[in-house]
Design a protein around this ligand. Structure first.
Ligand code: AKB
Length: 314
């Protein structure tokens, strides 16, 4: 019997919504506590309204439920973060530091903190971006993730906190609509196509970015968390790759299955964020250390997305 008790912070978000049932399956429904700023959107979950900026409240929830692991998924993402940089920095850093302190003081077994391709900026090679390269992000979100990665490594080496992290690419999911990211266009395009509407994309048609299907992102997360600690050579955050495509390629791919769908391209400020990010990622270390291998290519993602969203729209 697995005695671990998991706290998800940011359970109403894109990753949290999909990760909750997966963790419930692994650990048992009563063993996973979902939390967010707003009331539960998951009818089956044990739920706490939690503002992780409040260290006392966070520690109370951890003690109340006997939490042993935290998945800290709450963050202000790249596009939204630019509308209020200081507040975004404060939210992203304060919540992270509260989680790491709680993990240290309350001797948690493991913590997961997502990072992002947003840690890279213009100085990093754009193709097959290596694990260790320049990190000069153009967004406050990216800056907060670079700092977060270093704080994770610091808490691991100084206090032996077993904190693990992945640099997620854009994640494509049907379970919820993402908010505030630069890669959100991909999910929006699927929704419009299935709803029988056309889409005006806010990125240029050739803005190639690393992306990943939610099932791959969830499997990467649980595989990293289950890997023996001794196998992990990266304690900042692992590069992680699925596939890469442009908005034009996604449009064509969707159109093959939804011939009536049309898409136009009207780039806005998010285009310059996309241009500062890699086109593809070298995730050799993830493959070597914990046997990472993505499953889904673009055609499979499109088939899955259209099937799932069609059920939601009828
Ligand atoms: C965003 O677009 O901000 C996120 C990310 C790549 O971290 N989806």
């Amino acid at each position: 019997m697995n005695k671990d008790k998991i706290l998800i912070i940011g359970a109403n978000g894109q990753i949290g919504t999909a990760l909750l049932p997966k963790l419930q399956k692994i650990y048992g429904e009563g063993q996973v506590i979902a939390s967010d700023l707003q009331p539960a959107i998951h009818p089956t979950a044990v739920f706490e309204i939690l503002d992780a900026k409040q260290s006392d409240t966070l520690q109370k929830v951890i003690k109340k439920h006997g939490i042993t692991q935290i998945y800290h998924l709450a963050a202000v993402l790249s596009a939204k973060g630019e509308s209020n940089p200081l507040s975004s920095w404060n939210i992203n850093m304060q919540t992270l530091l509260n989680v790491l302190e709680a993990a240290k003081e309350l001797h948690l077994k493991k913590v997961f903190v997502p990072s992002s391709i947003a840690v890279f900026g213009k100085s990093a090679p754009r193709r097959f971006t290596p694990q260790n390269t320049y990190l000069d992000p153009a967004t406050v979100y990216g800056m907060s993730k670079v700092a977060a990665e270093n704080w994770c490594q610091y808490y691991h080496s100084r206090y032996q906190v077993d904190v693990r992290s992945l640099r997620y690419p854009g994640v494509i999911s049907y379970q919820s609509i993402p908010g505030g990211g630069t890669t959100d266009y991909a999910v929006e395009m699927y929704h419009k196509a299935v709803a029988g509407q056309n889409y005006d994309c806010y990125l240029q048609e050739d803005a190639r970015l690393p992306m990943m299907y939610i099932e791959d992102a969830l499997r990467a997360t649980t595989e990293l968390m289950e890997a023996p600690a001794g196998q992990l050579s990266v304690r900042t955050s692992y590069n992680l790759t699925g596939i890469s495509f442009t908005p034009a390629e996604l449009f064509k791919n969707i159109q093959e299955q939804v011939p009536a769908f049309d898409c136009t391209f009207t780039p806005d400020f998010r285009q310059s964020i996309a241009e500062s990010w890699p086109e593809s990622i070298d995730d050799t270390l993830a493959r070597k250390d914990w046997n990472w291998k993505p499953d889904f290519d673009l055609a499979q993602i499109t088939t899955e997305m259209i099937a799932h969203l069609t059920r939601q729209y009828i």
